[in-house]
Design a protein around this ligand. Structure first.
Ligand code: SF4
Ligand code: SF4
Length: 182
């Protein structure tokens, strides 16, 4: 008889404990409120930590095309295009600086070796896109205020950068065949 009462008490206690956890979680949900009641994203940016690593900030005007960042990248996701600068200028002109964000793991290993301090981890986190192609950002083709993070790295700006880059190659008309000798 005593063990029967003990089992009843144990069952009631267990159910009460479970209900307490459930009710507590329910109340906390109402106290915490929804994400959008704290942050007006996307109208206003969500506050981030000082050392947050978001999409890069890149300054094309100081990049010397030395490739050190690309060589330091453990997943090989930085692609740099450059051309020899026209005299009297020396060195190279960077014509493309693409980062493939389908591969980038935001490790920041590309930042430290840069001798010109022109690449940093930025605070942008909003690069939603509809295709994988949209994740490849060519910083050299973006307006400087977008590439250096003052303006958001919006999908529209990224799409615009691709418009400038394309078409990569256009087939030209075949030259007309020379008439056979008379
Ligand atoms: S953050 Fe890391 S993975 Fe991304 S580009 Fe830089 S080195 Fe490569
Ligand atoms: S390490 Fe710096 S200067 Fe060299 S290519 Fe990369 S971003 Fe440009």
């Amino acid at each position: 008889m005593r063990s029967w009462f003990r089992n009843i008490r144990l069952a009631i206690g267990t159910i009460a404990e479970g209900m307490y956890v459930t009710l507590d979680a329910l109340v906390q949900t109402y106290r915490r409120k929804t994400f959008t009641s704290h942050f007006e994203y996307p109208e206003r940016p969500v506050p981030i930590r000082p050392r947050y690593r978001g999409f890069h900030r890149f300054d094309l005007t100081t990049c010397i095309g030395c490739d050190k960042c690309a060589r330091a990248c453990p997943v090989d996701c930085i692609y740099i295009d450059k051309e020899k600068a026209k005299p009297p200028a020396k060195g190279f002109a960077v014509t493309g600086f693409k980062i493939d964000y389908t591969k980038c793991m935001f490790c920041a290993l590309c930042v430290d070796p840069c001798p010109a301090d022109c690449i940093f981890m930025g605070s942008n986190f909003d690069l939603s896109c509809f295709t994988r192609d949209g994740c490849v950002v060519d910083y050299a083709k973006l307006p400087l205020e977008v590439a250096f993070g003052q303006a958001t790295l919006s999908p529209t700006a990224v799409a615009e950068s691709k418009k400038v880059a394309l078409p990569v190659w256009v087939k030209t008309a075949e030259p007309a065949a020379a008439p056979p000798p008379a």
